[in-house]
Structure formats: C-alpha cells, structure tokens
Design a protein around this ligand. Sequence first.
Ligand code: DHB
Length: 334
Amino acid sequence: MTDLSVIVAGVRFANPLVLASGIWGTTPELLERAARAGAGAVTAKTCTPAPRAGHRNPTAVDWGHGLLNAMGLPNPGADEETALLAEARRRLAPLGVPLIASIAADSVDGFAEAAAAVSRARPDLIEVNISCPNVADSHGEMFAASPRAAAQATRAAKGATAIPCLVKLSPQVYDIAAIARAVAEAGADGITAINTLAGMLVDAETGLPVLANRTGGISGPALKPLALRCVYEVSAAVGIPVIGTGGVASGLDAIEMLSVGATAVGVGTAVAVSSGDGAFARIVDELGGWMLARGIEHLDELRGRAHRARGGTAVPGTRETRLPPVPGWRPHEG
Ligand code: DHB
C-alpha cells in the first residue's frame, strides 16, 4: 500500500498537501471544507496582534499565470482569531486533520504577543509569517529580509509558546539559505518556503497599476521554478522539515517539490483560482497513482532526489530553448 503520510515537526499529516495560508483560512467553515476535500493539514489566514482592515479593492487579480494579490493582511486581530481557531480545531478534530495557525507582527514583541494569543486555541502548529510583501510596517522591511531580524522574530514566537513553530520565508532575498540557517538556530521547528514575490501589473490603456496597493505578491504557476530553487537551497542548509509552497497544482508538481527536499507541499493558488477544493483529491490521486505505477511505497523514497542528481535531464513537457542569433550583435568586450 502506498503510504502518503508525513510527519512535520512531530505532527502527522495523512498526506503531504497543506492548504496554504491566506486562501481559505479566513473561516472555520472553509478550513473544514479544505480538510474534507482531502488536505493533509490546513493553514489559517495570518493574524496580527491588532485587527487590520486590509487594502482597498482591487486586492487580487488572476492574470492568467497565477494571482497577483495585495490583501493587506485583513484580519480580526489575534484575540478574535483565537476564537475562530478554537472553532476550527473543534471541527477538524474528528477528521484528524491538523490545524496550522498563522501569525505576523510589525515588531518583535508583536510576534510573542500573537503567538501567545493563538496558542490558547491549541493549534497543532504555528506558522510565523515573517515574509508578507504587502504591508509597510514600523520595522521598515520584512523580518525575512535579514538573518538577524528573522532570528529575532523566531525567538520571540518560540519563547511565547510550547507549540512547534514553522517560519515562513520570503524568496525576495539574496541568500535564502542564510535566513533558513538563522531561523533554525533560533529554534524554528520547520520552515515554510516560500511566500509570494512582490510584482506589479499595469493596465496598458490607462497606464495605471491594476491593484489599489500598486504592487502585490505573485503566486501560482509563475512561481514554481523560484519555489523549487528556494526549497532546494533551504533543505540543503537546515535539518528541519520544509513545507514547499509555490505553484503546485498537480501531482507532478508535488513530486518535484518533494524531490528538491520538501517534507510537505503547500497548495494555495490552485485552490483559489483553478480547481477549487477538488485540487486536493486530484493531486493526492495523481501523486499516489504515480508512486504505485513505479512501486514506490513511501514519500521518503522521493524526498531530496534532486540533491543526489548531477547535471541535467530532459523533462517531458518542457522544451530546451536556444535563442536564434541576433544579427549584428557582438559580445561586449570590456
Ligand atoms: C498577505 C499576503 C501575504 O503574502 C502574506 O504572507 C500575508 C498577508 C496579504 O496581503 O494579506
């Protein structure tokens, strides 16, 4: 029998698919729906110590290759969110699907405050979101931008709770492995990689930005190669589990994410844009079927295969592209 279960920071998921934060995590009902639809674990929407209204509309746009969003962290604040998490936990317990709370803050103390608050609902894990690209905060830059700040936020959250903490990293850094090492040394029990990457869309007719916030986070298929590279580098740098998130919409995408070293796999935009809650059962089926056809009994056999590989292989469905020479162009000699 194919075994799709994984253990992340001591918590067992029946399969490696995790509902990513911010997608359906706004209500207990939607978290339950994702669990019933086949998610191995579900992540709530990020909350902050105080309530936030979020940005004006338009906050999200489907541009054909995924989403660009700048919600602006709308949430009812950590106390109100804790009541929602407690209700979510009550609904998820009979299903055996773990609940991941998500917290953010604009100060180190705020991470401790939010971690302490959500812990009262006893989620299975807490995701410490140090990488939201959409809010200008008093800290001046996201905590995920430097090893020192990332470690401070991690230490603050860990010091305020006994629940294992995953730290969510940003791809928008020069050396994501250095950030991963810093949060692991600060006590992180796992890493979620990656958050969205800041981008922009502009309306050609008016010349104006499409989103009210002007910029937003890129998610979905456009992000997959970036996420694979980041998970590859992070999993080589640290010994804690990684939830690989970014552009996963199929069983093969999930296999690729496991191959670069992920222990579990986040699914977000595929649920929000294309497949709805059908995404979970479909991806699980594709993953299980692929393994069965190859006699692979456990995900451990897939995990980290890319770290062993040398050189390139031709991948069905992709094309090697050689650009035609540009007439008259000479390499710059400097
Ligand atoms: C939002 C976006 C993110 O990528 C994130 O990690 C948290 C919040 C948002 O705009 O609401």
